[in-house]
Design a protein around this ligand. Structure first.
Ligand SMILES: [Mg+2]
Length: 279
């Protein structure tokens, strides 16, 4: 019986990449970057061209910092006192991100399906969690706006991950990682084989596999669902996203891995959950 569903946030529930585009335009024109941009216009005239650059640059060890560096904008993500942090936070709070069409209905239907029923073997409700690098303050604000907060039981966010230092760096653990999912399952009280993980990138898939918690001899694998409406489709559309997600990925030391499901519409998730609720 299914115990929990862990949702990625950016690109799965929320169209946060559109906010990223607006944010980088805003930060480009901010007083703090005046000397750096020297009166030049923001170089990306449309969302698609911005995403092409963004997706390429973010795929780097420095992650979003690499985007700031490439654009020549002020940022030091390793310093929580750098003005980029408070400005980004305020910008996000003032600009709640839009949801993907159908996602609210899907979450609501899944939540309703997961309440206690006549079935005596189903004695714990289905739990829903969020796993994201974004801050809870921002995600909370978005979820409040759409009246979605009540459907979730737990979260792993930037604040949670910043509690885990690696070599003195609070950014050492980023979602999606096996560790963020291990934490999420701990908070939700679920086991890998009975947990669905829903995400929009191949990194989400990698994070779903070989999760070690208490016994390194028994790594856990989540039931993975790839969605085609997120980051992968931002540049070349859903069809291209489907072929990327269906193609799976080669992971060092493992066989090529694949999503258990790839879906094009949030309501397909309701059907997948229905199937696992019966098992
Ligand atoms: Mg995502």
């Amino acid at each position: 019986m299914l115990q929990a569903i862990i949702f990625d946030y950016d690109g799965t529930i929320s169209k946060t990449m559109e906010r990223q585009y607006k944010w980088f335009q805003y930060w480009w024109n901010h007083e703090i970057n005046k000397e750096k941009v020297k009166g030049r216009d923001f170089p990306y005239k449309n969302f698609k061209s911005f995403m092409e650059m963004f997706n390429e640059k973010i795929n780097h060890v420095d992650w979003v910092q690499n985007v700031y560096n490439f654009l020549g904008l002020s940022s030091d993500l390793k310093d929580l006192n750098h003005p980029v942090w408070v400005n980004y936070r305020n910008f996000c709070l003032e600009h709640p991100s839009n949801l993907y069409p159908g996602i609210k209905q899907a979450i609501k239907e899944i939540w309703e399906m997961g309440r206690l029923s006549k079935n005596p073997d189903f004695n714990t409700s289905l739990r829903l969690g969020i796993n994201t690098n974004s801050s809870w303050e921002v995600v909370y604000n978005d979820l409040q706006k759409y009246n979605l907060l009540k459907y979730f039981d737990s979260f792993v966010t930037e604040e949670t991950l910043h509690k885990f230092y690696g070599e003195g760096d609070f950014n050492a653990i980023r979602k999606p990682s096996n560790i963020s999912l291990a934490l999420a399952m701990g908070f939700l009280g679920s086991e890998g084989a009975f947990t669905l993980h829903v995400g929009d990138t191949l990194s989400d898939l990698i994070a779903s596999k070989n999760i070690i918690r208490l016994n390194s001899g028994h790594p856990e694998n989540l039931i993975s669902v790839g969605v085609t409406w997120g980051y992968e489709s931002a540049v070349e559309g859903k069809e291209r996203a489907r072929s990327v997600l269906e193609g799976g990925i080669e992971v060092s030391g493992q066989k090529r891995i694949y999503f258990d499901y790839v879906i094009d519409n949030p309501l397909e998730l309701v059907e997948i959950v229905k199937k696992y609720m019966k098992e």
